[in-house]
Design a protein around this ligand. Structure first.
Ligand code: B16
Ligand code: MG
Length: 217
């Protein structure tokens, strides 16, 4: 039975959360309120549109549709500036080791991310060539925790959903993987990601032996 492995981007492959934070903070400050790193935790795995809705709730601000669209655009322009110079040094530890192992074993690999900037980020850090399919915020109509992003990834890999494994750092992403009937692997705080079937702090904790077991099952 062929397995398919699906990776989230932010928090799993690279830490782009810090750049999202800077861009959202800049917008909040422009609008006259503060936005903390703790509040930024709420944004992980969440779509850009939903992030702005939450930000406006935090700042107790209303927006016309035109303002809303303008602020989403401004945030993204700033975010693109922050990620402009990303390179391979920003790849999270041991991620290339796992991707290379999967490639060596002919296991299809997909990206399943909420970000609309996923492909250029993979290009910048030099990992694009590992991916057989890229499903991101440009391809889905329903955000995580809806399973759409992962189901679409499985379809593109031509692998049954129940034969897929998902690496996720966000609660909504773990929920989406579980809803897709896939094996969910939480990367990060196991108390936060308690719904995941397996938990690891990061990829340095994941042995190639464990990966081998996953692809053999
Ligand atoms: P963009 P992931 C998510 O990436 C981020 O965690 C989340 O904070 C961000 O709002 C979302 O992508 C959309 O990103 O503004 O680039 O479209 O974790 O799903 O890879
Ligand atoms: Mg993530």
């Amino acid at each position: 039975m062929t397995k398919g492995l699906i990776f989230d981007l932010d928090g799993v492959i690279v830490d782009t959360a810090k750049y999202h934070y800077l861009a959202w903070k800049k917008l909040a400050n422009t609008l006259g309120f503060e936005f903390t790193k703790e509040q930024n935790e709420l944004f992980k795995g969440v779509s850009r549109k939903r992030c702005l809705e939450i930000l406006l709730e935090i700042g107790n601000r209303e927006a016309t549709q035109k303002e809303f669209d303008t602020w989403m655009l401004e945030k993204n322009v700033d975010y693109l500036e922050y990620i402009e110079n990303m390179d391979a040094s920003e790849i999270l530890p041991d991620v290339p080791k796992v991707l290379q192992y999967l490639k060596d074993n002919n296991i299809p690999i997909a990206l399943g991310s909420a970000s609309k900037n996923a492909q250029p980020i993979l290009e910048k850090v030099g990992l694009l060539h590992y991916f057989d399919a890229i499903v991101d915020g440009n391809h889905v109509t329903k955000a995580k925790p809806d399973p759409e992003v992962f189901l679409l990834a499985a379809k593109q890999l031509k692998v049954e959903a129940s034969d897929c494994v998902v690496f996720e750092d966000a609660v909504a992403g773990v929920e989406a993987a579980n809803a897709a009937n896939m094996i969910s692997i939480g990367i990060g705080d196991e108390n936060v990601l308690s719904e995941a079937q397996f938990n690891f702090k990061d990829f340095t904790e994941i042995s190639l032996n464990f990966i081998q077991k996953l692809i053999e099952k």
